[in-house]
Design a binder for this molecule. Structure first.
Ligand SMILES: Nc1ncnc2c1ncn2[C@@H]1O[C@H](COP(=O)(O)OP(=O)(O)OP(=O)(O)O)[C@@H](O)[C@H]1O
Ligand SMILES: [Mg+2]
Length: 263
């Protein structure tokens, strides 16, 4: 069982190495081609590029959600803190807690705000009320939602706005003490104000957790990226510091994309 100390010290980790990864769907579509990429610990790592570039395919590979696609296959390896994630000794549910996916459409569980946050912890065997209360507050604060909901933790999560739901889903992942959070277009359905709140939450969170994010737009990518990786047709074209990629890309295709010449 993971105690509060381990939950916090686990946040010191969270580096992912993608080594020579290619990935095929069962119909033979090659979604990733020989990708080598480092996702830096406790930074916002933006994965961007046009439609069908392979961004979602990559994210789903990082916590083995692609295992759920029968007949899909990959070559190469993905390392979390230097350890391969595809090894026979890897516990996949533990991996998915450590590398946690937040989906584009936020889907709270039925029940109260509090229950949304304690459900996973209870499933993991936590019963201590003081510990659970502490995790509820901590994770809501990390997701920049605490002030808005602290007086109504027992009301239904369905009463929250879209932006609040997205931060609740973020908090739900955080409650389990992940090392890496994967976000695939987390602000796609949100208005500008809610988008700004989610972006602010991510900026604060990166001190604790590695963030790997597919952005909604190139503008959002440029605002948030500590590191950026530009994908095109399953290929990693270029990766580097955010400022380099958006202000002085070395590859013509990256330049054409970030300056809006295609998209
Ligand atoms: N379940 C699937 N079965 C077969 N092919 C798929 C499947 N999912 C995605 N693909 C294909 O894999 C390639 C990469 O798709 P992916 O969804 O990873 O791209 P993306 O960069 O996330 O695109 P978008 O910006 O549209 O979300 C595309 O050619 C896509 O058609
Ligand atoms: Mg996608």
């Amino acid at each position: 069982m993971v105690g509060p100390e381990q939950l916090h010290s686990a946040a010191l980790l969270g580096r992912i190495d993608v080594r020579g990864v290619s990935f095929w769907y069962p119909d033979g579509t090659r979604a990733l081609s020989a990708v080598d990429l480092v996702l830096a610990a406790r930074r916002i790592n933006v994965v961007f590029g046009p439609a069908r570039a392979g961004k979602s395919s990559l994210l789903r590979l990082l916590n083995r959600l692609q295992d759920l696609v029968p007949g899909a296959r990959h070559t190469g390896d993905v390392l979390l803190n230097g350890v391969g994630i595809f090894g026979p000794e890897v516990d996949v549910s533990d991996l998915r807690r450590r590398v946690s996916m937040v989906f584009a459409v936020p889907t709270p569980l039925p029940g109260s705000i509090r229950a949304n946050l304690t459900y996973g912890l209870r499933m993991a065997g936590h019963r201590d009320t003081a510990f659970l209360e502490d995790r509820v507050e901590w994770s809501l604060q990390q997701a920049a939602l605490w002030d808005e909901v602290k007086d109504r933790l027992d009301s239904s999560a369905y009463a929250l706005s879209g932006g609040q739901r997205q931060r609740l889903c973020l908090a739900r992942s955080l409650a389990l003490g992940p090392e890496v959070i994967l976000l695939d277009n987390p602000t796609s359905g949100l208005d500008p104000l809610s988008t700004a709140l989610v972006e602010n939450a991510l900026q604060v969170l990166k001190d604790q957790v590695t963030i790997v994010m597919v952005p909604h737009s190139t503008q959002q990518a440029a605002r948030l990226a500590d590191r950026a990786a530009f994908f095109l047709d399953g290929e990693l074209v270029e990766a580097g510091a955010g400022a380099e990629i958006f202000l002085g890309p070395t590859d013509k295709r990256t330049e054409d994309y970030v300056t809006g010449r295609f998209g």
